[in-house]
Design a protein around this ligand. Structure first.
Ligand code: ANZ
Ligand code: ZN
Length: 799
């Protein structure tokens, strides 16, 4: 067959679309399969080859599942609110709505040209009011249940994007959007109480099939810590300083305390403290540092002693100094610590620098050199002396603290509550109203969607106010509670809001009376398999699990966990081995490859380029190799015969087995390699039976669907390959067929050996020489000639 991909690809894409081949039926007798990929952010740059690789995994699995008789839902949509579009809109003086629509049209066109088997009837756009109505609705549910609160605290702020960022959005002290350094700023912020779900998010991990590294990253991000809260009295004042510690067993080793520079007790006792000026300037210095800088383990410790107040160690009554130091964070525990320099390196470094005594309470190590953080026998600790087990010591100390009423066990999480408002235009308006009488009041559900007003000048203000604050008709409203003149909240939701529940909307995307019908949710959820990027593990994957757990607690969804299984792709690097980026000029445009070699080549290549989960560099010659493979596939029609070719049978059954298994394990590269080596086998035999060719096409079709449909049609296949049945293998036929042939030495029959049918000369001779009787005849002789008549006879001539 002539392989004209330019004709073939649009032809099959149109047919799939017209016949709605990939339409997911709500409710069916068939088992369901819900395959999910992370919907794209429709940026102006269009699609990246990375998108193709990311979507190809579940594309192949969804196609295989359809052929296995599943009712498959494989949806796509657009995560369309967000800063990049807004920034681009400002730069080009175009409305973000217009830009978003253009970008979505472009992305859709590109995705279709690659031939992905998405159900295009279920497309969602998070920036459309029929979608964000329900984002606001879920937000109001969270508000109703007390999971939305406002607090003035230190927040992460990006001076370049002019927005408050969540912890997830500022990992490593950098803005996730523009990579600028994030600064700490005191600001009124709306929070979602994600920490209330910390335990559920942790425990839920035991019920899902995620790779171990993904689970571990989430466990670390949530960062559950088990310890104790202990009160230290301040000498001569009726005041206590509460600390959080994981090592209350070391209390006898505490001879100073440290507070975070921002600790509010400082302001409360400013009148009593003698060195407030020094403290104020130290505080100003700290405010310039990022949290990331402050928490680096190996850094020069800074700080100062507070003159005028002192604490008392509750276990031995010793008076101890209190310091301020920036290695103690206000946002963790209580913002104050008991320092145990002998057994905590940070405290050790601080004590050395500030000349505080070091009292060892656990035996071991060399305290002259560094803190001892290992286990050992308790010393210098009165009632704990002689204890050797940390757990016992902690339990004993907790008992003592409880008896005295000065401490108790407790837990802490590294994860912080989710800072949820952005001072920007292109996002979901937060449906809350500030009333002078009633305080914060929810917009009534019936008034949703609370529409984003159309604006011409949506530039963020220098004053840190949202652009919406300038729209009087939006801001001014009546309190739904008391009717008084009130003002709307003018901040919008963060980019992650819409993606926190989009997989639910796919189940019923056009519903206007609920975010999705509960029967449909029950049918489709949970997502059976979700593939996406590692960069979302401590962002979107945490947020969406939180929303889903919440909806589950409200009885609105039927499982606690949204995703039964998760996997991740590795990045595609540039041909230079570097991350693909515009500035490096090493970006590959998927459409260029489609135009040059065809979509099937691109699809095969992104899955053939290496282990799916690992990063791999782009390689043009390997792209061409994939194209040549497809040329050879197209040429198979020329050597097709009616009957099955016996020599190809075991190879076919082996291929069915391997490709089927490899796809399930996401070993796409070895599945494709197996099909490539099978085609070599076919080439050697010189013919292939029609039924064998059809099975081969079925195996290849999830990877290269267009060419496979075309060949199938050419050879008179019935219906579409996309919905044909997946081939099954016969285990018995996966073993090589053998033939018994005689082995002669100098013309005399010496043995009979079993040799795989159609095997190569070298291999046949090797097997013959391994036979004991033959080996005995050859020993000590010189081989003059080796004769192999395939499937008949071997003869060795020796001297
Ligand atoms: C005394 C002690 C002795 C500590 C010792 C550790 C080792 P994780 O496991 O991360 O929860 N800490 C408490 N609050 C802090 C804050 N706001 N900023 C900086 N450090 C803080 O760590 C808990 C430990 O970190 C606590 O236990 C406390 O130091 C410190 F041999 O208390 B520990
Ligand atoms: Zn930024």
């Amino acid at each position: 067959m002539e392989y004209d991909f330019k004709k073939i690809e649009p032809k099959w894409q149109a047919r799939w679309e017209n016949e709605k081949v990939f339409h997911a039926e709500d409710f069916s007798e068939k088992p369901k399969f819900y395959g999910l990929v992370e919907f794209p952010y429709p940026s102006g740059a269009g699609m990246h080859v990375g998108h193709i690789k990311a979507y190809s995994s579940l594309e192949v699995i969804s196609r295989k599942r359809r052929m296995q008789g599943y009712n498959v839902m494989f949806p796509i949509g657009f995560d369309a609110f967000g800063l990049p579009t807004e920034n681009y809109a400002i730069k080009t003086n175009t409305h973000p709505r217009e830009i978003t629509d253009q970008n979505i049209a472009k992305f859709s066109e590109q995705l279709k040209r690659v031939g992905f088997s998405f159900d295009w009837d279920r497309v969602v756009d998070t920036s459309k009011d029929d979608y964000y109505k329900w984002t606001q609705w879920i937000f109001l549910k969270l508000f109703e249940k007390g999971l939305v609160f406002r607090n003035k605290t230190l927040v992460n702020y990006c001076p370049s994007c002019k927005v408050v960022l969540s912890n997830e959005d500022s990992q490593g002290g950098k803005c996730d959007i523009c990579h600028s350094d994030v600064v700490q700023m005191s600001k009124d912020v709306w929070y979602l109480k994600i920490t209330e779900y910390a335990d559920k998010l942790l425990n839920g991990l035991d019920t899902v099939e995620y790779p171990e590294n993904i689970k571990q990253q989430q466990v670390n991000w949530i960062g559950k810590s088990t310890g104790a809260f202990v009160d230290f009295h301040l000498e001569g004042i009726d005041e206590k300083l509460e600390i959080y510690t994981t090592r209350c067993d070391t209390l006898f080793g505490v001879n100073f305390m440290v507070m975070a520079p921002e600790h509010p007790l400082i302001d409360k006792y400013a009148g009593r403290i003698q060195n407030m000026d020094a403290i104020r300037s130290y505080r100003a210095e700290c405010a310039k540092k990022t949290e990331f800088e402050r928490t680096q383990l190996v850094k020069e410790k800074t700080g100062l002693k507070i003159e005028g107040i002192e604490a008392v160690n509750p276990v031995n009554g010793k008076k101890i100094p209190i310091f301020l130091a920036d290695y103690v964070m206000m946002g963790y525990g209580t913002g104050a610590i008991m320092a145990v320099p002998a057994h905590d390196q940070r405290d050790y470094d601080f004590a050395k620098k500030f000349g505080v005594d070091i009292v060892q309470v656990i035996e071991g190590g060399d305290i002259e050199k560094e803190a001892y953080t290992g286990d050992g026998m308790m010393i210098n600790s009165e009632f704990l002396n002689g204890f050797t087990n940390k757990k016992d010591s902690i339990a004993r100390m907790l008992g003592f603290l409880a008896e005295k009423g000065i401490g108790h066990a407790g837990v802490q999480f590294k994860m912080k509550d989710w800072a949820f408002n952005r001072q920007r235009y292109w996002g979901e308006p937060i449906p809350l109203i500030h009333c002078p009488n009633c305080g914060v009041v929810a917009v009534p559900y019936e008034e949703l969607p609370l529409r984003l007003p159309d604006m011409e000048n949506f530039r963020p203000g220098e004053d840190g106010q949202s652009p919406l604050a300038k729209v009087e008709s939006f801001v001014n409203c009546k309190c739904p509670n008391c009717g008084a003149d009130a003002k709307r909240e003018t901040d919008t939701m963060p980019q992650w809001a819409g993606s926190s529940w989009y997989f639910l909307r796919y189940c019923d995307p056009h519903n206007d009376s609920a975010f999705a019908d509960s029967e449909k949710l029950k049918y489709w959820m949970p997502v059976d398999w979700y593939n996406g990027g590692m960069e979302h593990v401590t962002r979107h994957l945490i947020y969406s699990r939180f929303w889903h757990h919440f909806l589950y607690d409200q009885g609105l969804v039927n499982t606690a966990e949204p995703y039964a299984k998760r996997s991740a792709q590795g990045m595609i690097l540039g041909a230079d081995g570097e991350k693909m980026s515009k500035s490096r000029g090493n970006v590959v445009d998927p459409l260029d490859i489609v135009k040059l070699y065809g979509a099937d080549t691109l699809r095969v290549y992104v899955l053939f380029m290496g282990d799916y989960g690992s990063a791999a560099p782009w390689n043009d010659s390997s792209v061409k190799g994939c194209r040549r493979f497809l040329d050879r596939v197209a040429a198979l029609t020329d050597i097709m015969c009616e009957d099955r070719v016996r020599e190809l049978e075991s190879g076919l059954h082996k291929a069915i087995k391997k490709v089927s298994q490899d796809i399930e394990e996401q070993k796409y590269n070895t599945a494709i390699a197996c099909l490539m080596s099978y085609i070599n086998e076919i080439g050697k035999v010189g013919k292939i039976g029609r039924a064998q060719l059809i099975d081969f096409l079925k195996l290849l079709s999830p990877f290269a669907p267009h060419i496979c449909e075309e060949i199938y049609e050419t050879i008179g296949g019935e219906g579409l390959l996309a919905v044909a049945s997946w081939p099954v293998y016969d285990e018995a036929k996966t073993v090589d067929e053998t033939v018994a042939i005689g082995v002669q030495v100098n013309g005399k029959a010496r043995a009979v050996v079993d040799i795989p049918t159609g095997c190569e000369k070298e291999e046949a001779l090797r097997i013959a020489k391994e036979n004991d009787k033959v080996a005995a005849q050859l020993a000590g002789k010189t081989l003059v000639k080796e004769i192999y008549v395939p499937n008949k006879i071997i003869n060795f001539v020796v001297k």
